[in-house]
Design a binder for this molecule. Structure first.
Ligand SMILES: Cc1cc2nc3c(=O)[nH]c(=O)nc-3n(C[C@H](O)[C@H](O)[C@H](O)COP(=O)(O)OP(=O)(O)OC[C@H]3O[C@@H](n4cnc5c(N)ncnc54)[C@H](O)[C@@H]3O)c2cc1C
Ligand code: SF4
Length: 498
């Protein structure tokens, strides 16, 4: 272990965050690394407790706790403390294909289950992970991995998000020839068009895509499978297919007035914003927040990304509506370690809004009733009521109970719906003729096999909207299964055999 007394001697230090007032003036990443010497002391805080829940991704009460790719966290903490950065990188790359993504945007379920967090602040694992990989790139230690021998087998991966990229990376390393098909003009899935640039700079994503290309993976962009190329043609050309098309079908809100202009899905808004930043692209004025009163419906991370984007576009006001109650400031009794801590946090966009407006812009326990429009059919606001979530003990579910006299009217010229996703889009799945289970592709975790021979599925299209680290886990695991299918055995690493 690093330093026996490290966790008592040193306080947790987070990454450097740029001042909210300054950072909303540009689209650059808002977080930066600490100096190396300070990160080494953060590594020294690891107790090497011998029960590293941090390393073992699992689900407790429906929430992820621990690291889903089983990162060897105590091992690299120790190496970082000793200044052995290259060795730390080698350990990190054993389990995680893309630490530059997780080190920037993973919600770090590892930290909630860190043993130090029982009595103090968790080891800043994500910060250490990001520093190891960034130093790896800076020092030229990250190189394309070109397989020595090719097997002659061909695999098609549909969708270039983290699940598809991880599967392709693993299968290419096993010697198979992999082609990734992507309907967008850029690869990366939600890493590119989803997560905003100030959280994950797109040059970081492109750097990885370039590396994968140099390693021998082919990318075919602007090509929608099921539309531009039919499933049967893919099946004829390849020995195996992996569907990694994500869970991108947004949940709608069919309330009166929903068809008014100015009401959009969050993902359309975020994609338009990112394209404007990246390209010489004017974007749709209807999808721009400049000078507008913006209301975001939905309390999750997508909503928080919309807040930060609207502030950068120069919105007049921004509000975010949540049906839930505000989380408590400390873990509640039923939310014990090592479960993911359900506590109040200020996301980056909320910090920025606090700075600008002097208060939390979130409204809790609020339910939209209808949207109000102008005579020419544009939205001008909405009506709401407040309701409490209470347990219905007989039916073992939660129900909402109206709070009397809580109706309100709010002004808004841009309303963004960020209330979740309903699984993958169906065109491509129909084209392959594979079975669905509720709204997702039917393919068991661990096997990843769909109802059709040779066709596998992984990532959000199979498990529903989740996390990048889970997408990487599924990409790695499906690669093992496809390799076994093609070769009769596999030597690719799997967390399922740990
Ligand atoms: C706004 C937003 C912010 C998020 N922020 C975070 C975060 O900070 N941290 C985190 O861990 N997770 C975050 N997530 C979740 C995370 O991005 C996803 O869980 C992850 O990207 C899923 O990876 P995937 O590869 O399964 O699918 P995706 O990333 O969705 O990629 C699927 C790809 O398939 C392509 N595709 C679909 N159909 C076809 C077709 N027929 N032919 C060809 N291509 C097709 C799509 O264009 C897309 O590029 C966020 C999600 C959203 C929506
Ligand atoms: S990938 Fe996420 S959960 Fe795993 S070590 Fe990194 S920050 Fe923690």
């Amino acid at each position: 272990m690093g330093k026996k007394t490290g966790f008592m001697e040193y306080d947790r230090k987070n990454m450097i965050e740029r001042n909210p007032e300054d950072r909303i003036k540009d689209w650059d990443e808002y977080k930066d690394r600490l100096p190396d010497a300070q990160v080494q002391l953060q590594g020294a805080r690891c107790m090497d407790c011998s029960i590293p829940y941090c390393s073992m991704g699992m689900s407790i009460e429906g929430e992820t706790t621990g690291c889903p790719v089983y990162n060897l966290i105590p091992e690299w903490n120790d190496l970082v403390y000793r200044g052995q950065w290259k060795e730390a990188l080698e350990r990190l790359l054993k389990t995680n294909n893309f630490p530059e993504f997780t080190g920037r945007v993973c919600p770090a379920p590892c930290e909630g289950s860190c043993t130090v967090a029982i009595s103090s602040d968790a080891v800043s694992i994500k910060n250490i992970e990001r520093t190891i990989i960034d130093k790896g790139f800076e020092n030229g230690w990250i190189k394309p991995v070109i397989p020595v021998k090719r097997t002659g087998k061909k695999v098609a991966v549909i969708g270039s998000g983290p699940a598809g990229l991880a599967a392709a990376d693993q299968l290419n390393q096993a010697g198979h020839s992999v082609t990734i098909y992507e309907r967008s003009d850029r690869a990366g899935g939600l890493l590119t068009y989803g997560i905003p640039t100030m959280k994950l700079d797109k040059s970081v994503v492109q750097r990885r895509i370039d590396l994968l290309e140099k390693s021998g993976i082919s990318f075919v962009l602007n090509t929608e499978i099921g539309v531009d190329i039919l499933a049967k043609d893919i099946e004829n050309e390849f020995d195996s297919v992996i569907i990694c098309t994500g869970s991108t079908k947004p949940i709608d809100f069919p309330l009166p007035g929903r068809r008014l202009k100015g009401i959009h899905f969050a993902m359309d808004y975020l994609t338009n914003a990112t394209k404007k930043v990246l390209d010489d692209f004017p974007g749709s004025p209807d999808l721009d927040a400049k000078g507008k009163n913006v209301i975001i419906i939905g309390s999750g991370d997508t909503g928080a990304d919309c807040v930060a984007t609207a502030l950068r576009q120069g919105a007049k006001t921004v509000r975010q509506f949540a049906r839930s109650l505000q989380f408590p400031f400390k873990r509640e009794e039923l939310n014990e370690w090592p479960a993911y801590p359900k506590v109040f946090t200020l996301e980056y966009g909320h910090e920025e809004a606090n700075e600008l407006y002097g208060k939390d812009i979130r409204e809790y326990q609020i339910h939209t009733l209808d949207f109000i429009g102008t005579n020419d059919g544009h939205v001008k606001g909405l009506h709401t009521k407040r309701a409490k979530k209470i347990p219905d003990k007989a039916r073992r579910i939660f129900v909402y109970e109206d709070i009397p006299d809580s109706e309100e009217e709010w002004e808004a010229d841009l309303i963004l719906l960020a209330i979740g996703f309903n699984g993958p889009e169906k065109n491509v799945l129909k084209s392959f003729g594979i079975d669905m289970e509720e709204d997702l592709i039917r393919a068991d975790y661990g096997k990843f096999k769909t109802s059709k021979n040779c066709v596998y599925a992984a990532g959000d299209a199979r498990r529903g909207q989740s996390l990048i680290v889970w997408a990487i886990n599924e990409g790695r695991e499906v690669a093992c299964e496809v390799d076994r299918f093609l070769m009769g055995k596999t030597t690719l690493p799997s967390v399922l055999t740990v």
